[in-house]
Each structure stands twice: as C-alpha cells, then as structure tokens.
Design a protein around this ligand. Structure first.
Ligand code: PTJ
Length: 266
C-alpha cells in the first residue's frame, strides 16, 4: 500500500482508490505484478468508454445472467485481480446462480492460491475449488499454468465465467464445448473475441450489475429467458462497442475538445 491520501473531491478519486486496492493486494501476494499492468490496460479502454456501463454492456450482462441462470454446472473462475476487486460480488453471484468458485491463475503458485482462497472464504464462500492438489485435471491444448483445473469445477462445467483473462484459455474452453462468459474492457482482445458472451465493462461495475440482473430475472419463465439468449448476438455487440469508441473519439477530434468524462489522470 502506498501512503498516498486520496482527496475525496479529486476528479479521479474512484479510479485512484481502485489502483490503491490493487497495490495493497499486490503487496499481500494476491495480485500478480502483471495484474497491475493488465489493470492499466483496462483503465485505458475504460477511459475510452466514458468509465460507465454502456447500453451494449447492459445487453451482454442481461444475456450473461440468463446463461448463468440456465446453466447446469456454472463455474466462476477467479484470478488475482478479480479476487482483489470483487471478492464479495463473486460470492454473491455464486450464491444466486448456484455456481462453483474456482481459483485459476496464469501466474500460478500455491501461496497466491491460498491468499485468494482466504479472501474468498472471508467474503463468505463455502467452497473454493482449484487450490493446490485439487487442480489435478488438465485442459487439453493449453500449455500455460491455466491448464490445471479442478475435476469437480471447470473440467465438468457447461458455463464458465472468466472475468479478466488472457485469451488462450477462453479459446480452449470453447473448443471443449463450454460456453464462456468473459468480462473484459478490451473489445479487441482474444478473450473478448472468442467468448460466447463478452461483457465489455469494468469488472467493478459489471459484477454488481450481474448479481442484480440475476436476482431480477430469477422469477422469469424459461421461454422468456431463452428469448433473451436468442436475441443476443455477441459479434454484433462487440462491433457496436468498437463503433462507440470510434464515434466518441471522432466527435472529440472534430470539436477539438478534451474528454469530458475523465478529466486528466494523475
Ligand atoms: O492472477 P493471474 O496470475 O491469473 O493473472 C491475471 C492477469 C490479469 C495478469 C492475466 O490474466 C493476464 O495477463 O491478463 P491479460 O492478458 O493482461 O488480460 C487482461 C485483460 O483484462 C485485458 O484485456 C485488460 O484490458 C482487461 N482488464 C484489466 N482490468 C480490467 C479489465 N477488464 C475489466 N475490468 C477491469 N478492471
């Protein structure tokens, strides 16, 4: 943790608080050093999207909620960044969708797995899969440490939620016939492009919305839920988001204005 005191009236106070949180959890061994870099990449795309949940993201959240609700064996995959930023929401989502929670790391070490498990347990998780010897199954065609999965979790899941991911595993999971819901601020990433449903939004906004949406849709009939999935087109949704980024940048360039939403970052 740095000693910086964030003034509450700082125009980028929220963004700075998130950074501080990641730095604090990095110091505790939860977040990988590359997780800090990944966050910076995410911040850039968030900035371009106006740091808000777009209509396209809301459509994806709706479809993702239905996919999780109608899944037989949903699993939420957790890495260092998501454990640091949204542990409570992960537990809530697992509860309302009856999903299992599994730790799956790119930079895998037993120490990190245990710190993440502890944080999830503290947030209320009953069971955390994929830790230590429990990750004894392997995803075929994947050579990174992410290939190691729990035989009771990701290996047998029909739907896997992968917030903040690197691309290889999403491709491999889809090849295995699984449906993948990704949360990724970069609409161009391989994860975003290969997932079944991609929520292009900041995980700190998307996860609470996802929980809320699942709670709202829980009482709907199966045919209404199916309709939501039939009407969702991931490719179209991603194209809309890329167009949105292009439009807002073109508008600003034409007007010669600076971005109105973010002010200048420190
Ligand atoms: O904890 P580990 O060991 O599993 O490692 C996790 C990281 C994130 C380091 C690892 O998965 C990785 O290297 O990921 P990438 O390839 O850097 O991809 C991360 C993606 O997440 C990028 O496309 C970022 O734009 C995006 N991203 C970063 N922060 C956020 C985000 N998307 C949504 N919300 C965020 N807060």
């Amino acid at each position: 943790m740095t000693d910086i005191k964030i003034p509450p009236d700082h125009p980028r106070a929220e963004s700075l608080r998130i950074r501080e949180k990641l730095i604090a959890y990095y110091s505790e061994g939860m977040v990988a050093v590359a997780g800090l870099m990944a966050h910076g990449r995410g911040e850039t795309f968030d900035y371009l999207l106006g740091e808000k949940t777009t209509k396209s993201a809301l459509k994806a959240i709706n479809a993702a909620a239905v996919m999780l609700l109608t899944a037989k064996k949903p699993v939420i995959s957790v890495n260092g960044n998501t454990a640091a930023l949204v542990a409570e929401e992960i537990v809530k989502l697992a509860h309302v969708t009856n999903a299992k929670i599994e730790v799956n790391l790119f930079y895998r070490s037993l120490e990190r797995e245990l710190v993440i498990k502890k944080r999830l347990k503290k947030a209320g998780a009953h069971e955390v899969l994929g830790v230590g010897e429990n990750a004894l199954a392997k995803i075929p065609e994947l050579s990174s440490e992410r290939r190691r999965v729990d035989p009771n979790g990701i290996l047998v899941a029909d739907v896997v939620l992968v917030p903040l991911e690197d691309g290889d595993r999403t491709e491999a999971l889809v090849k295995m016939g699984k449906k993948v819901v990704a949360i990724d601020l970069n609409p161009l990433s391989r994860t975003a492009q290969n997932a079944t449903i991609t929520i292009v939004d900041n995980v700190v906004r998307a996860m609470p919305r996802l929980v809320e949406t699942v709670e709202k849709l829980k009482c709907q009939g199966k045919s209404e839920l199916k309709e939501v999935l039939l009407n969702f087109d991931n490719r179209k949704n991603l194209t809309e988001i890329i167009a949105l980024i292009k439009e807002s940048l073109s508008e600003l360039a034409e007007k010669g204005e600076t971005l109105s939403f973010g002010e200048s970052a420190i």
